[in-house]
Design a protein around this ligand. Sequence first.
Ligand SMILES: Cc1ncc(COP(=O)(O)O)c(C=O)c1O
Length: 363
Amino acid sequence: MRSPSSLHDIPTPALIVDVPALDRNIARMAAFFAGGPCRLRPHFKAHKTPAIARRQLTAGSCAGLTCATVAEAEVARDLCGDLLLANEVVSPDKCLRVAALARERALTVAVDSGAGIDALAAAARSAGVTIGVLVDVNVGQGRCGVEPGDAAVALAARVAATSGLTMRGVMGYEGHLQPLRDRVERDARARAAMHELVETARRIRAGGIPCEIVSSGGTGTYDISGRVDGVTEIQAGSYALMDTDYGSVGVPFEQAFFVLGTIVSRPSPERCVADCGHKSMTKDHGHPSVKGVDGATVTALNDEHAVIAVPASCTLSIGDRVQLIPSHTDPTANLHDVFYAVEGERVVDVWSIAARGYAEHRQ
Ligand SMILES: Cc1ncc(COP(=O)(O)O)c(C=O)c1O
């Protein structure tokens, strides 16, 4: 395919990224962490795109990158020398892939069970490497993680006593607090969660066990958790591209990516239909918004159709382009192969979403 040079030549549906807006978001977050002591560890899962991760790392203030899957870490290995897999890895084949990565990069993995420790350690020993470990602590999200306090201290002791592993710290992702609209409540609850995490780290150290990293945070809490004494790094991801969900949380980042569609039908004065359905953007956080069309609202997303209610005065007609603002960044980026990088109407580059999907199943 010939590379499109303008927004109007891009085959739709397509993901576009507004490069100046992206760079402003990245610069703003890097500036927040520039004074330290807490560092930023951008979450690669948000975009899975090496070109975006490079911009985040170049902007500075980063301790490294965060990944959610082994496959993401295998792509991110070429981007920086310090990776955190902020997720449990337990199956022997994946643990061996982790061990292979640990041979060439500083790699740290979350654990929350004895079985997880044993699986990682077996892979590390068979590969002759050492894998760094964070004990994953449940700070209220109720997903993975051991309880703060005694259970976490006991697991840390087990990690420290296991050959093939190095005990590096704790992580506690306060994911349940990211979308809280009430800033006062978000602030109070994130601080309380972080105090539990930091206190758990203190108790681990008091037992003579190393615990240098205290990792946490996301786009909704970076400026709360990232200022709690003792938290050493923040794993925010969505801030770079943003979505309508975070747009209503009141964080200081701009919408920087869109799904580009073409109007394929105008069946009535009050209705337009575009060719970008939920195979091009997810609706788990609600319908997308329409950029720059007064009074337009998405009323349905089908597989390949976005149904848009418009005022009768709306001039959109068949063949026109529309930009929809996704409600959830990460799973939307995962649906596409590339981002068209644009400045205004001009396509300046095409960026591979190299870590999308489940790479291990590709033939
Ligand atoms: C463990 C972990 N850390 C950090 C994040 C980053 O959050 P956000 O994209 O909200 O910045 C997530 C997102 O789900 C996560 O699961």
